[in-house]
Design a protein. Structure first.
Length: 391
């Protein structure tokens, strides 16, 4: 099966950590069948010129080639046209990739504009097309202009993969036929994210072995609600003055939010109790999770949250919200606690309960996570393609 996989968010020389979960799935698929990875790169003359790296036909990442498709668009306005611009970009590079006859199936990631544009490309070329929805669609489907376009495209697709049950249910409620879907959650690298000795992890990180430690992993964007977590942490410190909070995640997308978070920590009198370590490699993330007593994420929107899956795989109890499929994986008293979104008081209480318990079993928490690796995801995805008639 020759697959053309299309996604705007992929690791590139300008943002090597972007789209890591998409790339992981595509790399696993490429180990089983020929996959051509195509990245539309948005640009607009003068205001947002095409990056230098995107002027080349493609680039390499982790041993895989990613082809480029320059995509003209209008930044900040007329978002209803983005799918048409993406369709045009993909159509324009097909001859260089061997033409539509070089592929048996189109595999689009994110519903808009990627999915809508790719459904149009595939329809013109009489190719099966699948769209993977990952969470951003929750806003798109509510928009009066882009919402109907998304629903129509998902109904016209050969099939739709959702990374979460909650996202599938939302889209069905908005008009996508239930029979279109297969839920295939994201995966976890079990070789990297696994239970380990907390004392050893802390010594490697230069941390005291006996200080209560909460770790959060998530990009510094407002949707992750790190400000709510810091507010909850300030409440928790009133009764647990030695507890520490470490926040792992990059601030490139919303740099002003990091400034706001640091100011909040300072004005809350937390001093050095809150530590921002920025974006770090996966091995380092795993080490921080192994060092933690509790993982926390006060997020307001998710599809299938890999940070939570990785924390559970590492055997850490999780305190999080009901966003996305979080409550599908986190069960009160079993492997953590689920709290309402934007409720700092409830979050503080749950963190206190989690820290108080001494009977958390890291091996049991890890074993209870029924999520496989990326090779399992790749097999499930390709199996779904074949079930729906792809060659």
């Amino acid at each position: 099966m020759r697959v053309l996989s299309v996604c705007r968010y992929l690791p590139d020389p300008g943002s090597p950590a972007a789209g890591g979960f998409v790339f992981a799935r595509l790399a696993a698929m490429a180990a089983l069948t020929p996959v051509t990875i195509l990245q539309p790169v948005p640009y607009f003359p003068v205001l947002r010129p095409l990056p230098g790296w995107a002027r080349e036909p493609g680039h390499e990442h982790d041993g895989r080639r990613i082809e480029h498709a320059p995509m003209f668009y209008l930044p900040g306005i007329l978002k209803s046209l983005d799918a048409a611009w993406l369709e045009r970009a993909v159509h324009s590079v097909l001859p260089r990739l061997g033409g539509a006859g070089a592929f048996d199936v189109v595999d689009a990631h994110f519903g808009y504009p990627d999915g809508v544009g790719c459904v149009r490309v595939a329809r013109r070329r009489s190719l099966p097309v699948f769209v993977t929805v990952r969470g951003l669609e929750t806003d798109v489907v509510e928009d009066a202009v882009t919402g109907p376009k998304l629903v129509q495209a998902l109904n016209e697709a050969t099939g739709v993969i959702s990374v979460s049950h909650s996202l599938r249910d939302l889209l069905v409620d908005r008009g996508v036929k239930a029979g279109q879907f297969r839920v295939i959650p994201n995966a976890v690298d079990r070789g990297r994210f696994r239970p380990g000795d907390p004392g050893e992890a802390r010594r490697a990180l230069g941390l005291p072995v006996d200080t209560p430690l909460i770790v959060c992993v998530g990009n510094l964007i407002e949707l992750k609600r790190h400000h709510v977590l810091i507010e909850a942490f300030a409440r928790l410190r009133e009764s647990r003055p030695t507890v520490q909070l470490v926040i792992v995640g990059g601030a490139e997308a919303e740099p002003a939010y990091e400034v706001r978070l640091r100011r909040l920590a300072e004005t809350s009198g937390l001093g050095g109790a809150v530590r921002f370590v920025g974006r770090i490699p996966s091995d380092a993330v795993a080490r921080w999770l192994q060092a933690a007593d509790v993982f926390a994420l006060a997020t307001s929107r998710e599809g299938c949250c890999n940070a939570i899956l990785e924390a559970l795989a590492t055997g850490r109890p999780v305190v999080t919200t009901r966003a996305g499929d979080n409550a599908h994986f986190v069960h009160d008293g079993v492997n953590g606690y689920v709290v309402p979104i934007d409720d700092a008081e409830a979050t503080a209480a749950a963190l206190g309960h989690a820290l108080s318990r001494k009977d958390w079993d890291a091996e049991a928490i890890s074993a209870g996570l029924e999520v496989g690796g990326w090779d399992d995801v790749a097999r499930d995805v390709l199996g779904f393609f074949r079930e729906r008639g792809a060659a």
